[in-house]
Design a protein around this ligand. Structure first.
Ligand SMILES: *Cc1c(COP(=O)(O)O)cnc(C)c1O
Length: 376
């Protein structure tokens, strides 16, 4: 039997809620299911204002518009991330200044950020890789000293937390001025394609709603705050249909069950693979004490590219799909010509040596562990 890398998990009520949405006849965006989902996040995690979007990429584009960056401005982004973390700002005309990862994990290294800040810097984009928190105290401190905005790419970071030096535990996505989440089918909570913008700084709420609805003040009109609505700003059609929100609602109702199942798989991996890591075959994810683990991903870091390549091939022979992850964005076909040539050695190492193991609700992780025992 083949073990895929990912298998989208359905809770069983998705089609029932989609049917409800269809039968009420309200299937465009910002209806009952959209509001239920947004409220769920606002109440459970304390995000000031949530707006569902059609993807995390869209939520990042909304964030990029809200930060008002343009030509001449610089945005600091880790190079070890998905394209969208950078692309959203490139579309506004900003220059991306790529930052290296930490030595011990792929998250952006705050001591490197500090060296990259110039008078043109406007935004920092921390990406919580594998749902593990970046060093947000250090990042927010740099931002406040240099008057920068922070947009958290929390695509992988649903239901994960960061404990600051003040001892307070805060949900990821609630710390930066703005944050973007993904409900792509490869994430913990899914809607096929889908995402959400969380607005934490109240200065951005009104404009976020306008940008969300094609640059119109339609949301204010429906709340009875203005007596007609029209074109007041830039924007696009960022909101998903009620059909997508209905699907998402079925997932959110089961968030705790999904998370606890994923965590048990993750813990099984850690326990069973620790002896292999102790022998130096690979290293396991490093979760700093300030961060929680939302079990988005379990990865191994091999000592070199050839060892990783051989591992992936050996697992493939056993019909277990293990996959590497990001190619460094600073070396990409689209942006390498615009990169300033700085070496980003930690990013390069994760690009060459990191491999992700299958992790999904219905997985039997023992199959994967046995495969690893046979190959390593
Ligand atoms: C998945 C992901 C995205 C993109 O999410 P979409 O919803 O597919 O647009 C962006 N950033 C990171 C870090 C991701 O993991």
């Amino acid at each position: 039997m083949k073990t895929p890398f990912n298998k989208p998990y359905m809770t069983g009520r998705e089609t029932e809620y989609i049917r409800q949405a269809v039968e009420t006849g309200k299937i465009s965006g910002n209806g009952v299911f959209t509001k239920k989902c947004q409220q769920f996040f606002e109440e459970r995690y304390g995000f000031r204002k949530c707006l569902l979007t059609t993807s995390c990429t869209d939520a990042l584009e909304m964030a990029a518009i809200l930060t008002d960056v343009g030509p001449g401005d610089e945005v600091i982004v880790p190079s070890y991330t998905f394209v969208s973390s950078a692309l959203a700002f490139v579309r506004q005309g900003a220059k991306i200044v790529f930052c290296d990862s930490c030595r011990g994990n792929p998250n952006i290294d705050p001591t490197e950020i500090e060296k990259l800040v110039t008078p043109r810097t406007k935004v920092i984009v921390p990406v919580h890789y594998a749902g593990v928190a970046c060093d947000m105290d250090a990042i927010m401190d740099i931002a406040s000293r240099h008057n920068l905005l922070v947009v958290e790419d929390a695509a992988q970071a649903i239901d994960s937390f960061y404990t600051g030096r003040d001892g307070v535990r805060r949900p990821l996505g609630s710390i930066g001025h703005l944050a973007a989440f993904s409900f792509h089918e490869t994430k913990n909570i899914i809607s096929g394609e889908g995402g959400m913008l969380a607005v934490n700084d109240p200065r951005f709420i009104r404009r976020a709603e306008i940008i969300w609805e094609k640059g119109t003040n339609r949301a204010e009109f429906f709340r009875g705050e203005v007596n007609k609505y029209g074109w007041v700003d830039t924007g696009s059609s960022f909101l998903p249909s009620e059909i997508v929100a209905a699907f998402l609602w079925a997932q959110l109702e089961n968030l705790d069950a999904i998370q606890s199942k994923r965590r048990s798989i993750w813990e099984f991996y850690r326990e069973k693979l620790a002896p292999f890591a102790a022998k130096g075959l690979f290293s396991l994810p490093d979760i700093p004490t300030c961060a929680t683990n939302n079990a988005h991903m379990f990865y191994l870091v091999f000592p070199g590219l050839e060892k990783r390549t051989r591992f992936i091939a050996a697992m493939k022979e056993r019909e277990i799909q293990c996959v590497f992850h990001y190619l460094a964005l600073h070396a990409s076909a689209f942006y390498s010509g615009k990169h300033d040539g700085r070496a980003l050695p930690n990013c390069d190492r994760f690009a060459d040596c990191l491999v992700r193991l299958p992790l999904f609700y219905e997985l039997d992780p023992e199959i994967v562990v046995n495969g690893i025992a046979e190959t390593c």
